[in-house]
Design a protein. Structure first.
Length: 400
């Protein structure tokens, strides 16, 4: 079953031959390769030169100099050569190959690369790419796409909960109707992220401690997390001690590999970001399931938050968690075009819980829009707060 990701395909078409290095990032197996394969049909009879470092055997045969030699050997004079390199971060000092090809005097290249690490350009060569890179992050398949591809655009509570439980990794679409097969596929994806993007990349002999921290984060999605939290957890469970510095490294590696998104707190009084307070959310709801439980009711409210977060990020919002002047928490403070919006997410909104769910929003007196996203709405008064059904937002029927 082919999934056409029009958003990313259209982006590639718009970026063609613009003298930028095109970069597609995102979690391993999210569908970056599929998007590029679909883009190749657009290029038709052009000269396409490919290297796919998803294949571990190929990685062993190449270094950055061999990449240059291989591409040159396949290049044509007096035409644009389209270079596509998949999972480029697998090659040490790959930046040298990319910048050499980009600046080539003999051949003309239009370069496209993918990577499963958000810090791909973190080396000292990063300055060479300044102003020369156009980047887009590929997200898991959205609820709207899942509904269209698998369920003939027929929404229901059963389908919605299936998405909240199984997520949207491209590799599970063909087995989406079989929960046990979906779980098996996602376990392989998760193991690949740990092994290739963390264990191998950071030369870790024993990945057990990273897995331990990872499981803790998945079980505490949407809650304030710190290295101290982890330390106390390990002590209370009589686990092996891990230093705060090491824990912070693990946090960084898990987010760099796109297993998690981190959301900083926003000081609404001082309008500043608090780097000391952080929440973590899963990049994919299905991977969240395999690391916690197959019970849809486990952390259901946080799952809804997670689904909303993914949508907000894909729409290009900066996302934070807020604290009002009375220290009440606002789930999401989102920013775009210098405008803030305040968002609360809850499973059910009715007259009984409206005061609790709206308290932190109503405390904000700065005039920015206040929104509650929920799955069930039964309120007699909204007090100026905009109430939106979560499913309508995820289906693009309502914009925030």
């Amino acid at each position: 079953m082919e999934i056409i990701r029009y958003k990313y395909l259209d982006w590639l078409k718009g970026e063609q031959n613009n003298n930028f290095i095109k970069v597609l990032t995102g979690i391993r197996r999210v569908g970056k390769t599929t998007v590029l394969n679909q883009y190749k049909t657009v290029l038709k009879n052009e000269n396409i030169i490919e290297l796919d470092f998803n294949d571990a055997r190929l990685v062993k045969l190449y270094d950055w100099e061999k990449i240059i030699k291989y591409v040159e050997s396949k290049s044509k004079f007096n035409s644009i050569n389209y270079v596509i390199i998949d999972e480029v971060q697998e090659i040490n000092e790959f930046e040298k190959a990319i910048i050499t090809l980009y600046s080539h005097k003999k051949f003309k290249y239009d370069i496209y690369i993918t990577g499963s690490n958000s810090k791909m350009f973190s080396s000292e060569l990063v300055t060479l790419f300044t102003g020369r890179v156009s980047e887009i992050e590929v997200f898991p398949i959205s609820y709207k796409e899942i509904l269209n591809i698998i369920f003939n655009n027929e929404p229901s509570s059963i389908v919605f909960n299936k998405y909240i439980l199984q997520g949207g990794m491209g590799v599970v679409v063909s087995v989406y109707d079989n929960f046990s097969k979906t779980i098996d596929v996602l376990k392989k994806v998760y193991d690949g992220c740990l092994k290739k993007d963390i264990k191998n990349r950071h030369a870790i002999r024993n990945i057990d401690n990273v897995e331990k921290i990872s499981k803790f984060l998945f079980h505490h999605i949407g809650r304030n997390i710190s290295a101290t939290n982890i330390e106390n957890y390990l002590i209370s469970n009589k686990e092996e001690k891990i230093s705060k510095k090491t824990i912070l490294n693990y946090f960084s590696w898990l987010t760099e590999s796109y297993l998690f998104y981190k959301v900083n707190y926003y000081n609404l009084k001082g309008k500043s970001i608090l780097n000391s307070k952080i929440k973590y959310y899963a990049t994919d709801l299905g991977i969240l399931t395999i690391l916690t439980t197959g019970d849809i009711n486990f952390n259901y409210g946080y799952r809804l938050e997670n689904a909303v977060l993914l949508k907000l990020l894909e729409e290009g919002y900066e996302v934070y968690t807020g604290k009002d002047r009375h220290d009440n928490e606002i789930d999401f403070v989102v920013k775009k075009d210098n405008t803030l919006k305040y968002i609360q997410v809850c499973k059910i909104l009715n007259d009984e819980n409206f005061e609790r769910e709206s308290r932190s929003l109503l405390n904000m007196k700065d005039g920015y829009e206040k929104i509650i996203l929920t799955t069930e709405i039964s309120v007699s008064e909204t007090k100026g707060i905009r109430i939106i059904h979560i499913e309508s937002y995820l289906l693009n029927e309502v914009k925030i």
